[in-house]
Write a protein of this length. Structure first.
Length: 294
């Protein structure tokens, strides 16, 4: 397993739609961690170009994360009233909206690309691919990882052939990577979820959610919108023009800021330097914990 071979046990979050760049992925890999590219929101040709750029920046290993498409479009009845209210508000505020639409995020073309030109790791979010697809990627030479948010999802992913699980706690910023898109899903904090998943399956685990300090890294190693409808990707496309304009204007009020619960702990430093600091601080925290246990 690649996880056992990393110099530093830090995996970069893919960060789809955000600061996911070849430069960032390469910086983390070059620092001894495992860099990741986000395939989400990209076309297959764009993803191919980013993979090529990353390979030009590092000879170390890195992975790519792919969004698993849902079962199909959300029924308009689920989001029509919400969009009507959003439209009224946007007219008052002079904000542009888009049209709701479904997209599979160029799923088949991306899988064909990754099977033809494999990377070290291919991970998946928003669902578990069929066991046959995971087998194809493994045969091509990639490790297959799946993001899970519950013990039940962990069992399903392991049975499908996932070689490692990205365990996403409720503290995580960004999208919640659950298999099913339902408002009533249970929500687990990271440390309890790690314990529950470890009891349920034997797969290697990658902890995800609110990890911003060396002490948090050490802890997970020692531990081994209310009115908005559940309609993805339709609402994503509706709010996309608004968010784009907000980025251009520097307005934080009209944009999704995927920061998580620990955003105050973030440092504005080079990625490689942050990876090194996390490793050093984690080692110190582990030594302190071991001393107290003696």
């Amino acid at each position: 397993m690649i996880l056992n071979e990393l110099e530093i046990p830090v995996v970069l979050a893919p960060l789809a739609g955000g600061p996911s760049t070849p430069e960032l992925a390469a910086a983390v890999s070059n620092a001894g961690g495992l860099g990741f590219l986000a395939a989400g929101y990209l076309s297959a040709p764009d993803l191919r170009d980013r993979i090529a750029r990353t390979r030009g920046l590092t000879s170390a290993r890195f992975g790519v994360n792919v969004f698993v498409p849902g079962a199909g479009p959300t029924h308009p009845a689920e989001y029509e009233r919400f969009i009507e209210r959003l439209t009224e508000w946007s007219r008052r505020e002079g904000v542009e909206l888009g049209e709701p639409r479904y997209s599979d995020d160029d799923w088949e073309a991306k899988i064909e690309l990754l099977a033809r030109d494999p990377l070290d790791v291919v991970s998946f979010t928003f669902g578990c691919p069929a066991s046959e697809l995971l087998a194809v990627l493994r045969a091509a030479g990639s490790e297959t990882w799946v993001t899970v948010t519950s013990p039940a999802e962990a069992v399903q992913a392991t049975e499908a052939g996932a070689q490692a699980l990205v365990v996403q706690g409720a503290e995580a910023g960004g999208h919640r990577g659950s298999f099913a898109d339902r408002a009533e899903l249970p929500s687990y904090s990271l440390l309890p979820l790690l314990g529950l998943v470890r009891d349920a399956v034997p797969a290697p685990l990658v902890a995800s959610g609110g990890i911003a300090t060396g002490a948090a890294v050490a802890a997970v190693i020692d531990a081994h919108g209310a009115e908005a409808p559940v309609a993805y990707p339709e609402i994503h496309y509706v709010t996309s023009p608004m968010r784009r304009r907000a980025r251009e204007d520097g307005s934080a009020d009209l944009i999704n800021l995927w920061a998580g619960e620990a955003h105050q702990l973030a440092d504005e430093r080079p990625a490689g330097e942050i990876v090194g600091r996390l490793a050093a601080d984690a080692a110190a925290a582990i030594r302190t914990a071991q001393t107290r246990l003696r």
